[in-house]
Ligand binder design. Structure first.
Ligand SMILES: C[S@@+](CC[C@H](N)C(=O)[O-])C[C@H]1O[C@@H](n2cnc3c(N)ncnc32)[C@H](O)[C@@H]1O
Length: 246
């Protein structure tokens, strides 16, 4: 597989029963709230009537809902490359879709961004999506995020960033595996246990894993400024970076 290929890791049972994530990773719902909170508090350099906001990997719409609540002045384009996830998002966000402030697009993040004009977006937001990417593809997506942001615009990402100390990271991953076993044996869902363990192998593979230091370094190398970690708990981190304002 090519390093810049978009993968589809949520087509099967994991995507169909995505609400299980709440049980094995309660931190994810909290992170969606934090992404919304960050965007709510973000002040554009130039005041504008309507913010252009892009969400990458909207999934079933959990973070999207937080973004909608965060800013009544935002036009949101939420992108995902899995029809299973988008059909759930369409149901969960039906009321919001009617108001015309949100559109859902089925495309992979890189292809979508490549079609967006330079310096046209105020905010790019994402939650638990970039860690799924192959390393080469992730760098290309970050470069495109930087290109499409307006000067002074911001990228905010609440995601799974591997711990920089590999032994501590290993222990944290082992604890996650135990949590998966506890949850899915209690629910008698060995089928889902298998799927989530397989998924974790993908997250943890050298081709995908996203250590925090490396992730921040990649953003700085591309040109993001004020790259900041706002929150860190185990592997979960809320990170933002700005496109420099002239
Ligand atoms: C772990 S889920 C997170 C969903 C959502 N952001 C949330 O906070 O609940 C990751 C999502 O990213 C999507 N995704 C993965 N790779 C993608 C890509 N290359 N382009 C667009 N979406 C992608 C998956 O389909 C999935 O819906």
């Amino acid at each position: 597989m090519n390093e810049v290929t978009a993968e589809k890791l949520f087509s099967g049972p994991i995507g169909e029963e995505y609400e299980m994530l709440k049980r094995i990773c309660p931190a994810a719902a909290d992170m969606s709230r934090r992404v919304g909170e960050f965007v709510a508090g973000w002040i554009p350099k130039v005041s504008t009537e309507s913010l252009n906001l892009v969400e990458l990997g909207c999934g079933t719409g959990v973070t999207t809902m937080n973004l909608i609540r965060a800013r009544s002045d935002a036009m949101i384009t939420a992108v995902d490359n899995e029809s299973t996830m988008l059909s759930q998002a369409r149901r969960n966000l039906a009321g919001v879709l009617e108001h015309g402030r949100l559109r859902l697009i089925e495309n992979d993040a890189l292809s979508y961004l490549q079609g967006v004009p330079s310096a046209s977006i105020d905010v790019v937001a994402s939650a638990y999506t970039l860690h799924n990417f192959l390393n080469g593809y992730r760098v290309r997506v970050l470069e495109e995020i930087f290109r499409v942001l307006k000067p002074g615009g911001v990228f905010v990402n609440g995601d799974r960033y591997a711990l920089d100390d590999s032994l501590t990271h290993l222990q944290s991953t082992q604890e996650e595996v135990r949590q998966y076993f506890r949850t899915f044996t209690e629910l008698n869902r060995i089928d889902l246990l298998e799927q989530w363990i397989v998924h974790l192998f993908s997250d943890e593979s050298p081709d995908h894993v996203m250590p925090l230091d490396k992730g921040l370094g990649a953003m700085r190398e591309i040109g993001f400024d004020a790259v900041t970690v706002h929150f860190r708990q185990d592997v979960n981190a809320l990170v933002s970076g700005g496109k420099p304002w002239p």
